[in-house]
Design a protein around this ligand. Structure first.
Ligand code: ADP
Ligand code: MG
Length: 587
């Protein structure tokens, strides 16, 4: 194997030559305490930066094995280390060293959520950081000395600061891993506690601003405090820094939950915390003990989206001119049809909790009141409003709802639990809401025409996915958080609100491609395809997502998406074709 001295020699040999000569560097180099892998060298100083890995054996890194002893802890520690490496980069790297990306050093560390990601990997034998480096040039001439500075001084400093136990703040690292495992522990207990979500007393839900996901500073935020009626105690696996071995907070039960309250009293803020609560959060986020069922899906109206052969008949009956809705397709769905499709698609792939906010729902989808029922005959109204299906969703399909609704008291009739937000604090008002229901009957008629017993599964047809662009057989790019370019086809994800990290978006693009090649055969339902994909990612890891990766190489920057966001992307790809499968064929 090459050594650090070989690398230095090569760098001085190519100093001043054209940029292409950097390609000679590809290979592995053993340094004193780690191995440097130069997996891919960028084509020019302006191209995407080069891909490097740094691998340290555990005999050197000395990370305590109990910090990565199981899957959750491994993911948490890897996430933490990526943040440490990012921090070390900010301290060590002096910055631009020439043209284009010269001198840039990056790692794909996470934001407020803790996700499985490819940035750091911890195997039984070593820990490895995957970094991106802009190899320096003046114009297009190689700056060998500057490259030596990055590769032989900055990188070793970064890895020893970021990955070696003795230079890591150890209590913080342990606290981080324990905190994430506590969150997953609570999540794993929700079902037996009869809950769909838990919001700890003391949590800080509001964010700094619409543009920042960081918490509102504690002096400006009202901390969450559960109403006594809904307060539950959940056990922790690891004591908190203050010694507590269990947490108290608000338990949101299975069933139909309504969040009411005046405008600007914190309803949407609570719902958004619950949306994000499907992921663990970093200590200090304020929402680290806001834990939602992993199968909770945000539902909203999304007019203009494409819909492919979804049976939306439970919500939308005969359309004008007798158009059938049991196999509904549209290139430009309306507010209500898109919201219906969003619900049915989520349940199709396993959603157990629906999260809805009146702010982003279609009004006519949510309710039709008695006066409107009197004026517009139900034969002329295709919509069965959500209010007339929400109880069935729970009773027949086991799907709970958390609904923010400040505008219509009609929902009092169908709610199991009513929570009122007042001055940013929740109050249990179920009894009062039920009494009001009795005293002021709405006189509306239930409009469901037939029982809602299930969702018609669909089979995606693999030939309808085309990842090619120009000369490239496979070209899939994530353009930020909200857009995938799948071949030539854009997948618009702006309204898929539980997508939180652009590396998830990138992963979704490749995951779809992988699924089309390996798990779709024109017979397997979308839900089964996602089961197989999840199993594949569990066993082979996120590293295997990149279709161009050969053997052990830098996998690129991926973070694990949920099946619901992968399904959402497939459902929004405008070329996709599906076939409905008879429910009775289902396994
Ligand atoms: P609603 O949906 O009831 O109209 P929002 O949830 O949008 O209200 O909240 C309104 C404003 O109050 C937002 O700017 C939000 O950041 C702020 N806010 C929400 N909860 C809190 C809190 N606990 N402490 C301080 N500010 C909060
Ligand atoms: Mg609101």
């Amino acid at each position: 194997m090459n050594t650090e001295a070989d690398l230095r020699r090569r760098l001085s040999r190519i100093d001043g030559r054209g940029y292409k000569a950097y390609k000679d560097l590809e290979g592995e180099y053993s340094f004193r305490t780690f191995t440097l892998y130069i997996d891919h060298v960028q084509g020019d100083p302006f191209a995407a930066p080069s891909k490097l890995r740094v691998r340290i054996p555990h005999s050197v890194a000395r990370l305590p094995p109990e910090l990565f002893a199981n899957r959750v802890r491994n993911i948490a520690l890897a996430d933490y280390l990526a943040r440490r490496v990012a921090r070390a980069i900010r301290k060590v790297v002096s910055g631009r060293k020439g043209s284009g990306k010269s001198g840039l050093v990056e790692i794909d560390a996470g934001g407020q959520e803790v996700l499985e990601r490819t940035a750091v990997r911890i195997s039984p034998d070593w820990v490895e950081a995957r970094v991106f480096v802009g190899l320096p040039a003046a114009g297009r001439r190689i700056l060998g000395r500057a490259a030596e500075e990055i590769l032989c001084r900055e990188i070793p400093e970064i890895v020893s600061a970021g990955l070696v136990w003795e230079s890591i703040p150890q209590a913080e690292a342990r606290g981080f891993v324990d905190c994430v495992e506590n969150q997953e522990h609570i999540r794993s207990r929700l079902d037996e506690l009869g809950l769909v979500a838990f919001v700890a007393d003391g949590a800080i839900l509001p964010r700094e601003s619409g543009a920042s996901d960081r918490p509102l500073p504690p002096d400006r935020a009202i901390r969450f405090r559960s109403p006594d009626e809904l307060r539950v105690t959940v056990p922790l696996l690891h004591p908190l820094p203050d010694g507590r071995a269990e947490l108290t907070g608000m338990g949101i039960p299975k069933g139909v939950n309504l969040i009411v309250g005046g405008g600007y009293h914190g309803k949407s803020t609570l719902l958004r915390a619950l949306e994000r609560g499907v992921y663990p959060h970093i200590p200090g986020d304020g929402r680290e003990y806001v834990v939602t069922c992993a199968d909770a899906v945000k539902i909203r109206a999304e007019d203009g989206r494409r819909v492919e052969r979804v049976d939306i008949s439970p919500f939308i009956g005969l359309l004008p001119y007798g158009r059938d809705t049991r196999e509904f397709s549209s290139d430009d769905a309306s507010g209500s049809t898109s919201q219906a499709a969003n619900i049915l698609e989520a349940i199709e792939v396993g959603a157990k909790v629906l999260l809805l906010d009146e702010d982003t729902s279609a009004t006519n989808f949510m309710v039709r009141d008695a006066r409107m029922q009197a004026l517009v005959h139900s034969d002329d109204e295709p919509i069965t409003p959500f209010i007339d299906r929400v109880r069935e969703l729970h009773a027949r399909l086991g799907v709970s709802t958390i609904l923010v609704m400040g505008g219509s008291g009609d929902y009092f009739d169908v709610a199991d639990t009513v929570i009122m937000m007042r001055d940013y604090l929740p109050h249990a008002v179920t009894e009062r809401a039920k009494e009001i229901s009795r005293l002021h009957p709405t006189n509306r008629r239930i409009e469901a025409r037939f029982p809602f017993t299930g969702v018609t599964p669909r089979v995606p047809l693999p030939e309808s996915f085309d990842p090619s662009r120009g000369r490239r057989e496979v070209k899939i790019d994530a353009k930020g958080l909200d857009l995938i370019l799948y071949g030539r086809d854009p997948i618009e994800l702006r309204f898929v609100e539980q997508l939180v990290d652009r590396s998830q978006t990138r992963a979704i693009g490749y995951a779809i491609h992988l699924a089309t090649r390996r798990f779709m055969d024109g017979k397997t339902s979308l839900s089964d395809v996602l089961d197989r994909l999840d199993r594949f990612l569990d066993t082979d890891g996120l590293d295997s997502l990149d279709p161009f990766r050969r053997g052990e190489r830098h996998p690129g920057a991926f973070a694990r998406p949920r099946r619901y966001e992968i399904a959402a992307a497939i459902n929004r790809l405008r070329t996709v074709r599906m076939r409905q499968r008879e429910t009775k064929e289902a396994p």
